[in-house]
Design a protein around this ligand. Structure first.
Ligand SMILES: O=C(CO)[C@H](O)[C@H](O)COP(=O)(O)O
Length: 210
């Protein structure tokens, strides 16, 4: 099980400073969608240059023209690129094909997908690398989480790795770990803490102990 730090509300220098504090305890650093919108793929490039030993995920949430967008993110140094599960199968296929060509991985974000079970089966057959259940900020504020959806995809996905994101904090992490996803994605649960290093260290400790 790996730990991914999501950076959403920072600029590039703040992001690099933050990752320096927690780099010992994370496996993947995510350049969040708002950061890509504000800073472009330069954020991916500078993060990869600053931390060549960490995997960098570009949270582009691709919806169309995936081959081109995955190619550009790969050129910037992204190891993993996200696409939306709601995208057309042709778009998913384009992403998978380009990622294979570039030696990168595709993570599908299931945000907004209504029939998680059916779509997860289909995406798994299309050869994506990760399938991620995700409660976005807009549903976190009305008290939703993705724990049930995680159980659902764990039951049907045969090849892809499973991931979970959205509002995971230290107190909810043990419940997440019990479901045994391959990847746990945490943003505010680390970045919003006064002692970010301690929060990341404790999360990694819980994850490693399984
Ligand atoms: O992709 C995202 C929002 O669309 C976030 O990166 C993801 O939800 C993780 O952040 P947090 O733990 O703060 O919810």
């Amino acid at each position: 099980m790996e730990l991914q730090l999501a950076l959403d509300l920072v600029d590039i220098p703040e992001g690099i400073k933050l990752v320096k504090e927690v780099e010992d305890y994370i496996d993947i650093v995510e350049i969040g969608t708002p950061v890509v919108i504000n800073e472009g793929l330069r954020a991916v490039k500078e993060m990869k240059q600053a931390f060549p030993n960490l995997k960098v995920l570009a949270d582009l949430k691709v919806m169309d023209a995936a081959g081109y967008e995955v190619m550009k993110a790969s050129e910037a140094g992204a190891d993993i690129v996200t696409i939306l599960g709601a995208a057309e199968d042709e778009t998913i296929k384009g992403a998978v094909e380009e990622a294979k060509k570039q030696g990168r991985k595709i993570l599908v974000d299931m945000i907004g997908v209504k029939d998680i079970e059916t779509r997860a089966r289909e995406l798994d057959a299309l050869g994506v690398d990760y399938i991620c259940v995700h409660t976005g900020y807009d549903l976190q504020v009305v008290g939703k989480n993705s724990f049930e959806d995680l159980q659902t995809i764990k039951g049907v996905v045969k090849n892809a790795k499973t991931a979970v994101a959205g509002g995971i904090k230290l107190d909810s992490l043990p419940g997440v770990i019990e479901a045994k996803p391959d990847l746990v994605i945490v943003g505010g649960g680390i970045t919003g803490q006064a002692d970010k290093r301690a929060a990341a260290a404790e999360m990694q400790r819980l994850i490693k102990q399984g």
